[in-house]
Design a binder for this molecule. Structure first.
Ligand SMILES: NC(=O)c1ccc[n+]([C@@H]2O[C@H](COP(=O)([O-])OP(=O)(O)OC[C@H]3O[C@@H](n4cnc5c(N)ncnc54)[C@H](OP(=O)(O)O)[C@@H]3O)[C@@H](O)[C@H]2O)c1
Length: 247
């Protein structure tokens, strides 16, 4: 794990054009970290530059060589990849949630990355009860892909934090976040900016090392929370940039 107060590291945001990825960029760009952001299309390079990325890598994570080039020289990887709206969420097959994440993980291992932070989802693996049965059936393909990616991350030997958010919103940051562990914990919704703040802080948070957590906001909570954990997130190490621009 990266020790608190470590000198500037290079971090990779995989999927920086996405909702959560762009919030990660807004949180990480005011720090002393060198931020490399990825996009799939050359058309998005200028946008990521404008949003404050120090470096931009064009990468399709279905291509292992692109993953290797993107991770080169990086100390921390933040993975915010996800499948765009598609029937593949239901039927599965080749999904970035499995194939792309595994390519990125393999590249991170060979690059000696110190911490891999992964955005997964409530509904994956032992958190399945946090998602309604109809929703689970609708996105069963991507849930299986994310389950496989989570398992590979845990086996990889890299320090990791797997953040499983509830339904994502574009709301402003919430006053209180609820973090559970063990799968059967919390259900509901959370703003992407809050997921980004937790994820960004994870490598600098000793308590977050090698943990899988479910997260929702107090406002978005549905039902009674169980198995809550108290994690002292290193929010002081990262900070949201309130002047941030949206894509
Ligand atoms: N939506 C929800 O309510 C919800 C709930 C819980 C968890 N999650 C999960 O949380 C994560 C973040 O969600 P989000 O809605 O913020 O993400 P998003 O806006 O859908 O962004 C996904 C990112 O992945 C990139 N991407 C997709 N395929 C790629 C490929 N082959 N190579 C390179 N990049 C690729 C996209 O690039 P482009 O811009 O080029 O498409 C985009 O930057 C996802 O894993 C999602 O499944 C979502």
């Amino acid at each position: 794990m990266t020790p608190p107060g470590a000198t500037a590291d290079r971090v990779l945001i995989a999927g920086a054009t996405g909702g959560t990825g762009s919030e990660l960029l807004s949180v990480l760009r005011p720090t002393d970290l060198t931020v490399r952001a990825t996009c799939r299309s050359y058309a998005d390079v200028n946008t990521l530059d404008r949003l404050g990325a120090d470096e931009v890598a064009v990468a399709d994570f279905f291509d292992p060589a692109d993953a290797v080039a993107a991770a080169e020289g990086c100390d921390i990887v933040y993975c915010a990849l996800g499948t765009p709206p598609s029937y593949r969420h239901t039927i599965g097959g080749k999904l970035v949630d499995r194939t792309g994440v595994l390519n990125l993980l393999t590249a991170a291992v060979s690059e000696d990355v110190t911490h891999f932070v992964h955005t997964s989802a409530i509904g994956v693996g032992n958190s399945k009860r946090g998602l309604s049965l109809p929703a689970r059936l609708l996105i069963r393909g991507s849930l299986r892909a994310k389950r496989d990616a989570e398992a590979a991350i845990r086996r990889s030997g890299i320090d990791y934090t797997i953040v499983r958010p509830g339904k994502l919103t574009n709301d402003p940051p919430s006053a209180e976040l609820l973090v559970g562990q063990g799968g059967d914990s919390v259900t509901g919704s959370i703003a992407r900016i809050d997921v980004a703040r937790l994820a960004a802080a994870a490598p600098f948070t000793p308590d977050a090392r090698n943990r899988t957590v479910e997260v929702v906001s107090r406002d978005g909570l549905e039902g009674a929370p169980r198995n809550l954990v108290d994690v002292d997130w290193a929010f002081d190490r990262v900070q949201a940039d309130h002047e941030r621009m949206r894509l």
